[in-house]
Design a protein around this ligand. Sequence first.
Ligand code: GDP
Length: 528
Amino acid sequence: MQADGTSLQDIAAEAHRRRTIAVISHPDAGKSTLTEALALHAQVIGEAGAVHGKGNRSGVVSDWLEMERKRGISITSAALQFAWGDLTINLLDTPGHADFSEDTYRVLTAVDCAVMLIDSAKGLEPQTFKLFEVCKRRNVPVIAFINKWDRPGREALELIDEITERLDRDPQLVTWPVGIGGSEFGLLDVASGEVHAYRKAPGGAQLAEDETLDPPAAAQHFGGDDARAREEAGLLPVLDSSAPKAAVMPILFGAALSNIGVRQLFETIDRWAPAPGDRPTRSGDDRPVIGAFSGFVFKMQAGMDPKHRDHVAYVRVCSGVFERGMILTHQPTKRAFATKYALSIFGRDREVTDRAYPGDVVGLVNAANLAVGDTLYDPEGPAVEFPPMPAFEPEHFASARVADPSASKKFRRGMDKLVQEGVVQRLVSDLRGDGNPILAAVGPLQFEVAADRMEHEFGARLILDTLPYSLARKIDEAGASEISGMHGVEIARRHDGTRLALLRDIYLARSIGRTHPDVTLTPLLADA
Ligand code: GDP
């Protein structure tokens, strides 16, 4: 029995019915539309933080950053929780813009499964491929949903060929399209042989009509299209839930905009996506999901409420139950962290959530001393440390100085905060020293966010100079002294002490490999 009276059986049952997922896609594949369709199908329990709205689209528009509002893009991540039958699904939002893929990578450390959304006319787009690679490295199971099937796109088999060739997972079918987009088409339920026929509801979007046809009725209704669909689907295996999840990929077709195929997606999440399980820790042991509370910070968000310059730490619950009011241990400092005032937030307006279970996301406010990757645990149970948040490979570099030297204290304080939140990475160059750090980012918009916040939140306007490097490689001390001073190279140190060589481009990296065989340049992605 836990202190609050929750039994271990309760924790097991709550964990068992949870699924914690994220949608990964290239911009415009339909992530927002799918999120809305999922919410339409299910009962929304709450939102952690602000789910983004786009342009003039309705939704919960987060206006915490003026820039985000002006550009109509979503910078911050949040979580949406909803019930579907007995399941409780936590859908973690990921920023749509590729420049914020570092945030998305972090979100992927906190989910148990990803839904990969593919535009049927475009196939596997670059951002989707990149995000899939992150899932692969972390062994995150991925469900593919081929979207926009209500309009003409590419051939289904051609899309599957592309997916199979480029992604290292075997496709297994849940549904297969009957006929091509237009006013009417069907989805073959590959396991049962039934076809769900859809007609667009008059006026367009939302719930389409859905009629279930047994095989003879489907053959009569769809004629040659039905026969062809069965023949094509017969070329691929049906989803086998007992196959290793990191080796296969369930494939579904649908149209998020017309709510087609969304029920089947829920069913696949239910029966295939894993529930929260025991979790590897830094020491190599697993933390059992049933037991005392533990979790880690996967996202920091600041200034959500312009009236209160607050910091929210989003924590993924890994084990046990979170009870508001608990005193937790902050693993890196071993200090107590009181959650009594640091309310967990769900809902459009901040509401208090009293309890959260494994797989859930808790937003802790007043969390200025927490950093991305930090572990929190209940001191009544065993201590634990989850693996650190991987540092992702930056591709953009800029040197940063404070515009007004009298604000240099503010500059240092602000930079410390932004690094802690993971807004940008900070490197100290051997040439420039720590008063003139190099900011490193996966996407250049991260610099804009940093500059905006430094000016408005910390009162230290930045002067940023873009640097002509496009990749960073780990290097040892001997290698660093050998190539330091070369044209197109700068040696720096990351905040965790790692030595890095910043390089003009991949060609220079290759040529150093040839001309300096003693120097080893290691890609950072080996960390992730
Ligand atoms: P996001 O950038 O991935 O969030 O994409 P959105 O959800 O904003 O969708 C991009 C565009 O594709 C919008 O114009 C949507 O209406 C459209 N869209 C999304 N899903 C579908 C679909 O199933 N069918 C069709 N025809 N259009 C869709």
